[in-house]
Ligand binder design. Sequence first.
Ligand code: SF4
Length: 430
Amino acid sequence: MGTSFQRTMEVTQGFLKPMIDVFRDEMPAPFEHLGHLYSAAVAENVERYEGIAEAMNDSSRKVALFEFGLVPQPFLAFGCATLCLETYPLFFTRTNMETVYEFIEAAESAGVSSETCSTDRFIIGAAAKGELPDNSFFVTSSAPCDGTRIAYPILERMYPAPMLYLDAPFRYDLEAVRYYAEQLKEELLPFLEKVTGRRFDLDRFREVVEESNRAYENLVNLHDTYKVLPAPHNGFLRLIPFLIYISGAGLPGTTRTLGLLSEDATQRVREGRTQGPFEEKHRALWVHVAPTFDVELFEWMEEQFGAMVVSNSVSSSAILEPIDTTSLESMLEGIAWQGLDMTMSIMRYDTEKLIQFSLNTYEDYRCDCMIVTQHVGCNSICGAQGMIRKVCRDRDIPVLFIEHDYNDDRILSKELLRSQIEDFFTTVMA
Ligand code: SF4
């Protein structure tokens, strides 16, 4: 067993922290004009992970480990540091693949099927290897998938931390949201009072929600600028705002970073300076998740084929109104909407709605092709392949299906993945 959170902090201090200055002062061409934005995004990440380490060493605080289907604001209102566990593999797939392999294998050695989503295997492996933060608790919901429904009961048995399960509705309407919000009130808030030893403070909750509203407005502004042709910012910068939001909504640093990105993109649109170093010839809607281990994939697509990925299912859900802060009920309803709308939570929809969601995004961002990744272990997206293919055929939408594992390059390597994309853009899209 390793020391809790040790590897995470080694990467944070030894790799990410030095990158803040490198990106700001020595950003390589052709993206030197974006160096300050890369630097700010990495600094936000470092601040958040250091915040988790601080809370681990503070007996008056806790670390909230939560999954897609929830957002950070309720936990921040109780003074917790937050880690959205489904984003945790990305931290390592971008910095240290050996740790990813080790955690995935640790989960399999503990008996978890290799057919379970690698995100869940990674989290279970991190628990088995003692890497998950101590001084923590879990909150999970029944959304979005079988993977999480399997993973959290296993975690509960192997990791000595309190766990709360919530029941996420399958529907996507006001009644369903109110059903979920009621559980936030009746189950989550009492649970948080118990595990943190703090009383719920409505004013503090409102402050956190207001802070997250400022961040959300920046996020929506940013996503709107991507509708402009050519889109401002490169692939890396378009990928991260939603991840930043779901990891830190309610933290001032998150608002600040999204504000910086939003201001920069808006100014480029206002001044007609959205053209990047490569001509934009295509716009691809990436449905489901792109490989997280190939950090430069989107920039490579821009350079080689003029293909912009303007949206994917990790970054396309900024479609809501800011949260209404009038009352506890209105705020919990807003939190419920955001949680249920958050990235893979949309996988809980029935397939027709999932496809309609993708088609709307395709139209909104004026795309001319789709790339649909079939993440092995994800029944939801793999099971939808036939319907997506038919819908695209009926609408003459060029579509590329790629079977891969977005966390694990041993299933489909970066080279083989890129060669499928190259074939698509040099034949179907030529
Ligand atoms: S990729 Fe699919 S199986 Fe994995 S966590 Fe997301 S919805 Fe669940």
